[in-house]
Design a protein around this ligand. Structure first.
Ligand SMILES: NC(=O)c1ccc[n+]([C@@H]2O[C@H](COP(=O)([O-])OP(=O)(O)OC[C@H]3O[C@@H](n4cnc5c(N)ncnc54)[C@H](OP(=O)(O)O)[C@@H]3O)[C@@H](O)[C@H]2O)c1
Length: 295
């Protein structure tokens, strides 16, 4: 049995389709099974929450492999960014060791560092450390920006295109190597098929290195809504998004913590090499979104 957390997310749903199609028995730790769509009848369900560690024990019964994708770039009513990404991973690792799990697959993030300016990347770095220091055989994936046509980030950019100019947080100069969630899922399937007893770490990057401005521009062109992009100074973005979060709570379309993440470059010196070592040739964002070649 394989336990998948984050199965309703962009990587999780692409991965779940592949696992069930391959006949792999899967249990999904989910807050709300409706997010699984038609896949929910093909899997075992474990209702749980990253902020509710006792839910991990039941979810792990009889599990040999854990793929831990669930994460949050914003605070939630039940837990902070640090608790949901750092402490929860540490607790899941401990519970997995007790349950006799043989392979723990963890999704960190490229640029995760305890010294990073963002709470999310600091929490991911600590989580990664907990996985590495466990006695478990582990595989760590550290992706750059992950995208899926119609994902939350791209939808937000498209909605902003209802304005005559599209505001971008900060200077939009941070660099990304966007990788399609389907290509990420193929990498996970390949890693699950490998034997090993130690630890492996893969940086997952797409073939193009793009600034955040170029990513937004590409998304707008793909949606047929090309617009001028206007950088909004960080202090203004922070104040605006914090006010929005105070007013709208968890319904806020974006938070400062999420916007700040887009100020941090996520590029790998290896480029697509790690994905290719798993037999996956990541496609460009322009090709996947059907935006044509970059100018
Ligand atoms: N997307 C990127 O650009 C990017 C970049 C670097 C690293 N990563 C990492 O890659 C992994 C997969 O990313 P993704 O883009 O597929 O994520 P995603 O689409 O944002 O999905 C997040 C998943 O986590 C679940 N989740 C959130 N809070 C939870 C909680 N309190 N308890 C249980 N489940 C919870 C969500 O479930 P609900 O349906 O309940 O909300 C959803 O299934 C994550 O670990 C992420 O941090 C992503």
């Amino acid at each position: 049995m394989l336990l998948l957390t984050g199965a309703t997310g962009q990587v999780g749903s692409a991965l779940l389709r592949r696992l069930t199609a391959g006949g792999q028995p899967v249990r999904c730790l989910v807050r709300d099974p409706r997010g699984l769509g038609p896949e929910r009848v093909r899997v075992q369900l474990a209702l749980g929450d990253l902020a509710d560690p006792p839910s991990f024990r039941n979810a792990l019964r009889g599990v040999k492999v854990v793929v831990h994708l669930a994460a949050s770039g914003r605070d939630q009513p039940l837990g902070s960014v640090e608790e949901l990404n750092g402490v929860a991973t540490w607790r899941l690792v401990q519970a997995a060791e007790r349950a006799g799990v043989e392979h723990f697959v963890f999704f960190s993030a490229m640029a995760a560092s305890v010294h990073d300016r963002t709470r999310f990347l600091r929490a991911k770095a600590l989580a990664e450390q907990a996985v590495v220091e466990s006695g478990l055989r582990h595989t760590i994936f550290a992706p750059s920006l992950v995208f899926t046509p119609g994902d939350r980030h791209l939808r937000l950019i498209e909605r902003l295109a209802l304005l005559p100019v599209v505001p971008l947080p900060g200077r939009g100069r941070a660099l990304f190597q966007p990788i399609w969630a389907d290509d990420v899922a193929d990498c996970v399937v390949a890693a699950l098929g490998r034997n090993g007893d130690g630890g492996e770490r893969y940086e997952l990057a797409g073939p193009d290195t793009l600034t955040h401005t170029a990513v937004a521009d590409l998304a707008l062109r793909a949606a047929g809504r090309a617009r001028p992009l206007v950088p909004v100074p960080e202090a203004v973005t922070r104040a605006g998004l914090r006010t929005l979060e105070t007013m709208m709570k968890s319904k806020a379309p974006a938070t400062w913590d999420e916007a700040e993440l887009l100020q941090v470059s996520m590029t790998s010196r290896h480029g697509t090499a790690d994905a290719e070592s798993l037999g996956v040739a990541p496609r460009s964002m322009a090709a996947v979104l059907g935006a044509g070649a970059l100018s």
